[in-house]
Design a binder for this molecule. Structure first.
Ligand code: CUA
Length: 156
């Protein structure tokens, strides 16, 4: 069977692209451990106050230098709204909303989550810079949206 020269070039190019693509996806998924956001953890938004861990919001020590920070978000507040975190600790932040969609952003860091009622959004991070941070809502959620903030202190 005769294959035209241009056809061979395009076939090689196409298969080459496929190999590169699958390698990139494979390495990032299996070697680097990257995965889609955990948007499938659900919660009844009307029972947030009685569902662990959100029935006792705040910082919980989970291990040696490892913490969990559970925050309940509702119009127009974060609970707790003054948080202290040890510098260099591994912190998993869990957030959920009791009413509408809110945002959870800490300017100056790469932390930015959407807070949806019915879902628990999480991320794990480490704060290496001591200082005061502001947590703010960046999704328009009503009349008090512009006042919806909390303070976080990273301490030595
Ligand atoms: Cu909550 Cu904007």
């Amino acid at each position: 069977m005769h294959i035209h020269k241009y056809e061979k070039i395009w076939l090689t190019f196409g298969i080459g692209c496929l190999v590169v693509f699958l390698t990139v996806v494979g390495v990032s998924a299996f070697a680097s451990g990257q995965q889609p956001p955990s948007c499938l953890t659900t919660i009844d938004p009307e029972k947030v106050d009685t569902t662990p861990p959100f029935n006792q919001p705040g910082l919980v020590k989970k291990g040696n230098n490892e913490y969990e920070l559970n925050i309940v978000v509702a119009a127009f507040s974060f609970t707790p709204n003054a948080i202290e975190i040890p510098k260099g600790a591994k912190v998993t932040i869990n957030v959920t909303s009791k009413d509408v969609i809110h945002g959870f952003e800490i300017p100056g860091t790469n932390i930015n989550m959407m807070v949806e009622p019915g879902y628990i959004n999480s991320l794990t991070t480490t704060f290496d810079q001591p200082g005061e941070y502001t947590i703010l809502c960046n999704e328009y959620c009503g009349a008090g949206h512009h006042m919806m903030t909390a303070r976080m202190k990273v301490v030595d």
